[in-house]
Design a protein around this ligand. Structure first.
Ligand SMILES: O=C(CO)[C@H](O)[C@H](O)COP(=O)(O)O
Length: 225
């Protein structure tokens, strides 16, 4: 199976976690996009959604699915999103699609986090995928020095085909940190959360996934944490 077929398979499997009559949190990225297209087929069953990015909101609305402002919502039944890496304990690196801050906020309000990923995302130790960190632009250099002091190789994310910084939906910039071997993701997330100028770190360990639907050539495997 191709990687896209695996993503499609987990997107289909995720529909069983959609709670009828409730608001669903929706992630960002290519796997989340497959899920959105599946969700559109049962949109009459849900109250609506909260989106983790402008791109996701646009895709949901394109399917005629209601998108609520998080400020108008008190509870989200389930949050469904992809990941760049996930461990056997449900900790994740996210933010390859630059939506980590809103993803973390929407996930924090959600009763359950269902991660949907192709099998290549399951790792023993995270860090092969560079860790995305969203920063306020004025703090970029200061935060990069701190990240280098932690042993990482920080690199400012650029707009594709340009030498300009990529700007997130929140007006922030993204630093991608290579070279980290993340043996204690909870401690690293706590430490990086304390660095002034960091808006959000793409480590989801303090609030990891509750379930991971993993696409493999043997079918969709369900990991629960
Ligand atoms: O965190 C994310 C976006 O910020 C994505 O969930 C992550 O990058 C995985 O993306 P894809 O499903 O395209 O592999």
């Amino acid at each position: 199976m191709t990687q896209d077929e695996l993503k499609q398979a987990v997107a289909v499997a995720a529909i069983q976690y959609v709670v009828d009559g409730e608001i669903i949190g929706v992630g960002t990225g290519s796997t989340a996009n497959f899920f959105i297209d599946e969700l559109a087929k049962i949109k009459h069953r849900i109250k609506g959604t909260v989106a983790s990015s402008e791109a996701t909101a646009a895709r949901l609305r394109g399917h005629g699915i209601d998108v609520f402002d998080l400020n108008d919502v008190t509870a989200i039944a389930v949050y469904i999103d992809g990941a760049d890496e996930i461990t056997h304990s449900g900790a994740m690196i996210k933010g390859g699609g630059a939506a980590l801050t809103r993803e973390k906020i929407v996930a924090s309000v959600s009763a359950k986090f269902v991660c949907i990923a192709d099998g290549s995302k399951l790792v023993d130790v995270m860090g092969k995928f560079p860790l995305p960190v969203e920063v306020l632009p004025m703090a970029r250099a200061a935060v990069m020095r701190k990240l280098a002091a932690l042993g990482g190789q920080p690199k400012l994310r650029l707009k594709a085909g340009s030498d300009q910084a990529f700007i997130t939906d929140n007006g922030g910039e993204i630093i991608d940190v290579a070279g980290l071997s993340i043996t204690d993701p909870v401690a690293l997330e706590q430490d990086l959360n304390q660095v002034p100028g960091v808006v959000a770190v793409g480590l989801f360990a303090l609030r990891g996934a509750d379930v991971c639907l993993l696409g493999t050539s043997d079918g969709v495997k369900t990991l629960t944490f």
